[in-house]
Design a protein around this ligand. Sequence first.
Ligand code: EPU
Length: 334
Amino acid sequence: MHLQQNKSLRTQNTFGIDCTAAYFVEIHNLADLEEAAHLPYPKRILGGGSNILLTQPVQGLVLGNCLLGKHIIAQDDDHVYITVASGETWHNLVMYTVEQGWGGLENLALIPGTVGAAPIQNIGAYGAEVADVIATVQWFHLDEHAYITTSGADCAFGYRDSMFKRSLLNKAFITDVTFKLNKKTQLKTGYGAISEELKKMNIPATVASVAQAVINIRSSKLPNPAIIGNAGSFFKNPTITRAAFLPLQSQYPNMPFYPANDNMVKIPAGWLIEQCGWKGYNAPTGAGVHNLQALVLVNRQNATGRDIWQLSQDILQSVASRFHIVLEREVQIW
Ligand code: EPU
């Protein structure tokens, strides 16, 4: 295990922010992980760096996840169970499973990040969530130095949420995720944009064509982090009570909304932010708002993490004063 000091994280976060970690170590195997767990520094776990905003130098130890490998652990006529190491790139896994003709991950194509990060915030897109296909999560408790397996049903998955994002944040180092995928097609094409794209592509719906439709849609409106720094949706879509929703709906009849659980209503944050005039905004600092999707904050030049955080704060305040809805950041602030 090679302990590095004052390591720049610039190439390890998709916003491209230049902040250092006081200590940094790459985790290539479980021996590295166990050794790192004994180091006397506060720890943070870094996957693909695609859902973090670095706002200050990290004082403690950053564990860079380099665990690789995947293997099939069981299968029958209907399902395949595949265990995948947490440092694998998410999109590569999706494309591998799609090539095998296994269903379950196709709607989640092109999401940046690692396999280990997927359960933490229960990644989701186009009518699917990773929670739908997680059989178990294997993880190492960095304080208790114990390996633990948690079934998907016990991970407290919610909308962009899980137990790993709450009490276990930076305590649970996810080592592997076991997915239960379908050999018999059960496609989710109900999300409007997918069915429109499939129609445009003029090919039958298969695991592969749905993945391609998702890739087309995402590429057409989300900025490629290799070209323009960003971390996908910066805020969560807020859920509000019906009582709060009804007066807003009569004031803004065009406001899109989706019924949610318990008499709640989900409103797209991108719409709220666009209404407040932020879409395509460029701050003098280099921080900005993507011109095709207002939910995505971007680093157009050399903005600092503080600059992007300040822009997010200004957006949050303007949405709150116009709509009385307080947005919650989806991106983790470091
Ligand atoms: N909208 C606007 N203006 C905008 C952006 C969106 O009016 O600038 C409206 C759209 O017209 C549409 C609605 O908002 O009526 C929803 O937009 P979209 O389908 O683009 O999805 P979203 O709610 O903005 C969520 C996820 C995305 C995911 C898409 C597709 C969250 C926080 N974001 O975005 O996930 O790809 O749905 O399923 O739930 C991510 O988490 O990083 C992410 C990209």
